[in-house]
Structure formats: C-alpha cells, structure tokens
Design a protein around this ligand. Structure first.
Ligand code: PEP
Ligand code: MN
Length: 366
C-alpha cells in the first residue's frame, strides 16, 4: 500500500485534544455489579472517556477464565446508559463483531495475539467494513512493526477512519523487568511512518504489576503518546484475570493527578536556545560520521594487508584488549558501560563484515 492511511484526528471524534485520552476498565468483565461499580467510579474522573472490558479473553492456557461472553454486552449497555462513558471490547472474530455492534458497543479493539495473524485481521477488517466503528489496534505480541502497520492499513482500506494504535509492549522470554518490554523506538517509528495516527500506551500490559504503572505512564506522555489505557477493577485482588496489574479507580485518579503533562513546544526564548544546542549536536554528528568513515577506511586498509599476508581476519587478543581499553576510557568520560559495549559491538561487526568482503574478493582491487 503506497498511500498513507487516512486517520481522523482524535479531537474530531473524542474532543478535548489538550488532555491525554484515558481508557480504563477491568481486564475482564466478571459480574454485572463489578462492571457497573467500576464504571461509576471511573466516570467521576474527567480524563476517563472510554470504558474498556474484555468479555472474550484470549488466554494463553486452556481451562482458565475465558470471559463472560455475550452477557457482558448487556452490562456494557448499562454502563453507557448510566454513566455516558463510551464502551470498548476486544473482538477476535467476525461473530464477536456482529454481536458487539448489535449491542451498540462504541469502540472495538483488536488484541496483541490477533494482530500477529493477517488472516484474522483481514476477517475482522472485512467484517467492520462500512460500519464506521472506531477500532483500537494493539501492537502484535512480537516486535514486528510491519505487522502492526499492516493491521492499521487493512482497517483503513476497509473504510475505518477512527483508528487508535495501542502500544502494550512486546513479549520476550525472560529478558526484561517488564511483563512486555516497551521498546519505545517501535511506537515512535510508527508515529513517524503514519503521521497523525493517535497512539496511546497500555502501561498495564507493559508492567504486569501495579508498582511500575506511574513511571511507564509518565514516560509514555513524555514521548508524546496521545493517551493511556490502564486496567482498573473495583477489587483488583479478587480479579479473575491480570490481578497484579489492575488498580482501583481511586488509585487511577491519584496516578493521573501525579502525571506531569509537558508541552511539545516552549516560548520563543526556549525555542532559540534549543535551536542553538541542536545546531551543536548536528555539527558533532557530522564529525562522528566523518570519524567513523575514516575508521572504516583504515579497517579496509588493514583487511587488504592481512589478506595479502594470509593472516586471519579476527585476532581475538587484539579485540579483547581494545574493548578493555575503550571501556576504561569511555567510563572515565562519563559514558555508560552498556552503551559503550553496544557501540563497540556494532563497530566491530561492521569492521568484520567489511574485511570479510575483502577476503571473499581475493583478486579484487585493493
Ligand atoms: C487486554 O487488554 O486485556 C488484553 C488481552 O491485552 P493484549 O491483547 O494487549 O494482551
Ligand atoms: Mn488484561
């Protein structure tokens, strides 16, 4: 698809462009009382505009609570009638969409486990085609920006203009302090690739536990996300799903009140000072590129020299000494060890790649 999807700006259908959009509600609808009590408490928080509740739950293992199903749609109608909040449910097949729309759910969302499958996404997009219903699209479980964009395109091609992307982190086996690692560069790149697309963050599924919610929410706003989806439950400790990450509505109220909402632009004096500092960075980046290219020229020269004298590409001792020496220097200059290690690693792999090319091309020009 060459054309960018046409996405209606949030303020044209949600309003209140100055406030981050807050979506909240339980991970799962469990009982009529739980849903209604949570919704009434959330409706007192002005930033909360959309009430979410899962009624068909995609569970990793069979045999656990899989949602209350269609009954929950009646409860959501009550939420709408009694609180005026917009309602949202996760849909995973065309049958879900049919009954959700029949019961006047306002917004549908596609979960992370569904977005990984283009067949399912296309079935859902075809099923909403013409309905004009807003759709929230979570990132796929794995860090694949193409799949996320593909899902947005499929709904856009089906005529949906009210689309919100939801960043809920990416699953890694045992590699992150989060339930799903945020990998912020991915939603940032998504915003760059589809300008004007509203992107909200779901700190609940990123964190997996309550304690980190504030920090991740603040970071999301500092990175210009347009809102937050945070799971809430009237009695989180008794929740049937995701109990460690859900918070009470009053805790959500306190969390939102603590968030600092920063502006994208400052006053004239601020902007000109920023321009000055950025000009310096631009100069330094140009020097960095020049220095890197000089280094690679030397790498090539060494490559030719070693090849012509039948010496192996890699001399492990030289590399070990070099890393040790550069780390010491870098740390003295206030650079972090993790950063230095990554930097040395990519410089080294690029050097090896260039020298490997030189060795392959035995008779090539020097
Ligand atoms: C949810 O929002 O409850 C959910 C199942 O989320 P995800 O698809 O992000 O795992
Ligand atoms: Mn959940």
């Amino acid at each position: 698809m060459n054309d960018l999807p046409y996405i209606l700006p949030l303020e044209k259908w949600i309003g209140n462009a100055n406030l981050p959009l807050v979506v909240s509600g339980p991970c799962s609808a469990e009982t009529h009382d739980q849903v209604l009590a949570t919704a009434h408490a959330l409706a007192k928080i002005p930033a909360v505009r959309i009430f979410r509740a899962g009624i068909w739950k995609p569970r990793t293992r069979p045999g656990s609570f899989e949602g209350v199903g269609e009954n929950g749609l009646v409860w959501l109608r009550d939420v709408k009638a009694e609180t005026g909040l917009m309602t949202a449910v996760e849909v995973a097949n065309p049958g879900h969409i049919e009954v959700a729309l029949k019961n006047e759910v306002d917004i549908l969302w596609v979960g992370a486990r569904t977005v990984v499958n283009p067949f399912s996404v296309q079935e859902l997009a075809s099923a909403v085609s013409g309905a004009g219903v807003p759709v929230m699209i979570k990132n796929p479980v794995n860090p694949d920006l193409g799949l996320w964009i593909g899902a947005i395109e499929r709904f856009s091609l089906a005529g949906i203009k009210k689309i919100i992307a939801v960043h809920r982190g990416f699953y890694f086996f045992d590699r992150s302090p989060y339930r799903n690692a945020p990998m912020w560069e991915i939603p940032i790149e998504l915003k760059r690739r589809i300008p004007g697309l509203p992107v909200i963050c779901d700190p609940s599924h990123i964190c997996g536990e309550r304690e980190k919610l504030f920090e991740v929410s603040q970071k999301a706003l500092d990175l210009e996300m347009d809102g937050l989806m945070i799971e809430s439950h009237i009695n989180p400790d008794q929740a049937l799903t995701d109990k460690f990450q859900q918070i009470k509505p009053e805790e959500l109220d306190r969390l939102l009140a603590r968030l600092v909402i920063r502006k994208e632009h400052g006053n004239k004096e601020f902007e000109s000072k920023l321009e000055e500092l950025r000009a310096e960075i631009d100069k330094i980046d140009a020097e960095l590129i020049h220095i890197l290219s000089k280094r690679m020229e030397l790498v090539d020269e060494i490559g030719h020299y070693k090849r012509d004298h039948n010496i192996t590409i890699l001399q492990l001792k030289r590399w070990t000494d070099l890393v040790k020496n550069r780390l010491e220097r870098g740390i003295q200059s206030d650079l972090s060890e993790a950063f230095l290690k990554k930097l040395l690693d990519i410089v080294h792999s690029e050097s090896i790649r260039r020298q490997t090319d030189i060795y392959k091309n035995r008779n090539g020009a020097k």
